[in-house]
Ligand binder design. Structure first.
Ligand SMILES: *Cc1c(COP(=O)(O)O)cnc(C)c1O
Length: 403
């Protein structure tokens, strides 16, 4: 193979979605609360809750909206401090600011996971809630995090945007904290262009989130499946007490998502096999290192992250350029301008700019490369070989000629 694989196109949407979309276009029934019951969004919620083994699911316009509603539904006062990892997507601190809370950042190690020592220390700094962001699907030590947060009685929100299908000690990521949030944006495992969903077992929390998501008047009744006195009394308690932020999902989004849920196990299996195959090849280079997963983690990756070992800034830049010249796009998180995953670009966070030396050092050498589940062995070989050659080039070229 001489052509670089296309890693940006998503998989085609399953054929089953077409008939349903056509039906919706015919009837014009696009709003989730028009039908008396069984709207596509409601069916998606029921199917997703069952898929996750959660009591409740609420589909919304994005994972950011789900994170925002989770924070609001926790009833945090204005200015409450929310602990988040220093390595995540800008959507996470943004959702905290959107909820009128203050993001507090903790260090992330070279393996892209929360530094438990730093997390422990910061948990004592008047923290009201924690968002664990499983960045790029890397799962932090959930045993340690839950034990610490439970001991402090601090609620945990899981940002599982990139962790659909990931397991921790056999449990589904997104169901370990009080609430789990997922994304259906195009670069995630299930693609609807836009969309998000939250899962929880907490009736009081979901009732608030449902109302705030835009279930005005008595539309919350369409979230009641069967007899659920706890949920019914929570809706009664919160009726007319909460603002309506209108962050709903449309029936079209649900129609695109529903048939993809059946594809998740295959995408997880193929994504993991692809990742592990490329990881093993990259780890043969003295200049590249893919950190191992944690023992209790079963991953569901659709991209690969690796660190450049003992490369200078120049060599790191040269590496990305050499890979790009061969058609493989790699981002060194901290070296690409305006990267939304570099904490120093989150300048919208109120107060003094946070400094996280460990996280910064990691970001300056950590690389990101897309690896969708649909890639063939040949395409994986092309990517792995390109990265190995680019590393050799970068080190050879820069060290020989001092460019
Ligand atoms: C994509 C992503 C988000 C945001 O999801 P949206 O649905 O686009 O709002 C949040 N966190 C992480 C880790 C993500 O990868």
């Amino acid at each position: 193979m001489t052509q670089a694989p296309n890693v940006h196109d998503a998989e085609p949407i399953p054929e089953a979605a077409r008939a349903e979309i056509d039906r919706l276009l015919q009837s014009g029934d696009l709003f989730r609360y028009t039908a008396p019951q069984d709207a596509p969004v409601s069916l998606l919620e029921r199917e997703f809750a069952a898929f996750m083994g959660s009591t409740y699911a609420l589909a919304v316009s994005s994972c950011s909206a789900a994170l925002f509603l989770s924070l609001k539904a926790l009833g945090l006062p204005r200015g409450a401090r929310v602990l988040i990892p220093g390595f995540t997507f800008a959507a996470v601190p943004s959702s905290v600011v959107h909820a009128d809370c203050q993001p507090v950042l903790c260090e992330v190690g070279e393996d892209y996971r929360i530094d438990i020592e730093d997390f422990t220390k910061r948990l004592n700094e008047n923290i009201a809630a924690v968002i664990v962001s499983h960045m790029r699907g890397h799962t932090s030590d959930m045993d340690a995090i839950m034990a610490l947060c439970d001991a402090h009685d601090i609620p945990v929100i899981e940002d599982a945007a990139h962790s659909l299908g990931t397991l921790w000690d056999g449990r589904k990521i997104g169901t370990i904290g009080k609430v789990g949030c997922f994304s259906f944006q195009s670069y995630k495992l299930v693609n609807a262009g836009e969309g998000g969903i939250m899962v929880t077992d907490d009736a009081d929390l979901v009732a608030q989130a449902v109302i705030m998501s835009g279930a005005y008047e008595h539309n919350w009744a369409k979230h009641m499946a069967g007899d659920d006195p706890a949920l019914a009394s929570a809706f009664a308690r919160w009726q007319n007490k909460l603002p309506l932020y209108n962050l709903r999902l449309s029936n079209l989004g649900a129609a695109i998502i529903r048939p993809q849920l059946a594809e998740v196990p295959r995408r997880v299996r193929d994504g993991r096999a692809n990742h592990d195959y490329v990881a093993e090849r990259l780890n043969t280079s003295p200049f590249l290192h893919v950190p191992p997963k944690l023992a209790k983690e079963d991953r569901a990756p659709d991209s690969i992250q690796f660190n450049l070992v003992d490369l200078s800034d120049d060599e790191a830049r040269h590496f990305a350029e050499a890979a790009a010249a061969r058609g493989v796009k790699v981002q060194v998180f901290g070296q690409s301008t305006d990267n939304a995953r570099a904490f120093w670009n989150w300048q919208f966070i109120p107060g003094p700019a946070p400094e996280l030396p460990r996280t910064r050092a990691m970001l300056m050498r950590a690389c990101d490369c897309r690896l969708p589940a649909r890639l063939t062995r040949d395409e994986l070989d092309f990517i792995a070989l390109t990265l190995l050659d680019a590393a050799q080039d970068a080190v050879g070229g820069v060290r020989a000629y001092g460019t």
